[in-house]
Design a protein around this ligand. Structure first.
Ligand SMILES: O=P(O)(O)OC[C@H]1O[C@H](OP(=O)(O)OP(=O)(O)O)[C@H](O)[C@@H]1O
Ligand SMILES: O=C(O)c1cc(=O)[nH]c(=O)[nH]1
Length: 217
């Protein structure tokens, strides 16, 4: 269940930078941290980009050997990721059910917060990034409440930040919930990529400062 290689990570970071999905400036994260970079998965906003993105996820899932029964994409940005990864896995010959949640419960029609395949058995969480780990904790809760078992988490970018305590957010997920966390790329890949791109090196200092402040390693 080895994580991404540096080459895969760099390839993914290049893809995200070329599409403007990875941006530099000042952004507030869900945890309220002021970040000099942001990964906006909503900007994989056309078919070819989403297809390539989900091929990265599907390759990661297949390479991991993780056993699971259903994919779960947390609202909102996890929704197209779970759907797209299910399509990419089907293209590889693995027809996989997928589900997602609503942030606000629907009070008419089918009602509730869960949409798609029933959440049962081993559930693989598909999300875009982990910063402080709040979203993953919320997904674990939703899956357990449905009577299913979280199997692992796959994310595009591990921002390698501290969680609620002294450990990294990823370590907290792994230790508290016993869940493996797989990434396609991580902050280290971003920093290496920036170092090799003359037009982007000006962002390095701020990204490194942020890592010193909130980073886990
Ligand atoms: O590890 P964390 O500190 O939880 O931060 C990462 C989460 O934050 C974002 O979700 P958010 O709910 O903000 O946004 P979305 O509705 O755009 O998916 C992002 O999509 C991750 O799920
Ligand atoms: O921590 C967050 O809220 C966050 C960080 C990031 O890079 N991208 C994102 O969608 N959310």
């Amino acid at each position: 269940m080895a994580n991404n290689t540096s080459q895969e990570g760099q390839e993914f970071i290049a893809f995200a930078c070329e599409l403007g999905v990875l941006r530099f400036g000042e952004f507030k994260t869900k945890a309220g941290r002021l970040s000099p970079y942001f990964f906006n998965a909503g900007l994989f906003n056309h078919g070819a980009a989403l297809s390539r993105l989900c091929d990265f996820y599907a390759q990661r899932v297949m390479a991991s050997g993780i056993q699971f029964d259903v994919l779960f994409g947390p609202a909102y940005k996890g929704i197209p990721l779970a759907a797209g990864t299910a399509i990419a896995l089907a293209r590889l010959g693995y027809d996989t059910p997928y589900a997602y949640n609503r942030k606000e419960a629907k009070d008419h029609g089918e009602g509730g917060v869960l949409v798609g395949a029933p959440l049962s058995g081993r559930v693989l969480i598909i999300d875009d990034v982990i910063s402080a780990g709040t979203s993953v904790r919320e997904s674990v809760e939703i899956i357990r409440q449905a009577g299913a078992t979280p199997a692992a988490v796959v994310i595009a970018l591990d921002r390698q930040e501290r969680g609620e305590g002294g450990l990294s957010a990823v370590q907290e997920v792994e230790q508290t919930h016993g869940l493996p966390v797989l990434n396609i790329a991580r902050l280290t890949d971003l920093i290496n990529y920036l170092s090799g791109q003359p037009e982007l090196t000006r962002y390095l200092a701020a990204v490194r400062d942020y890592r010193l402040r909130y980073g886990s390693e």
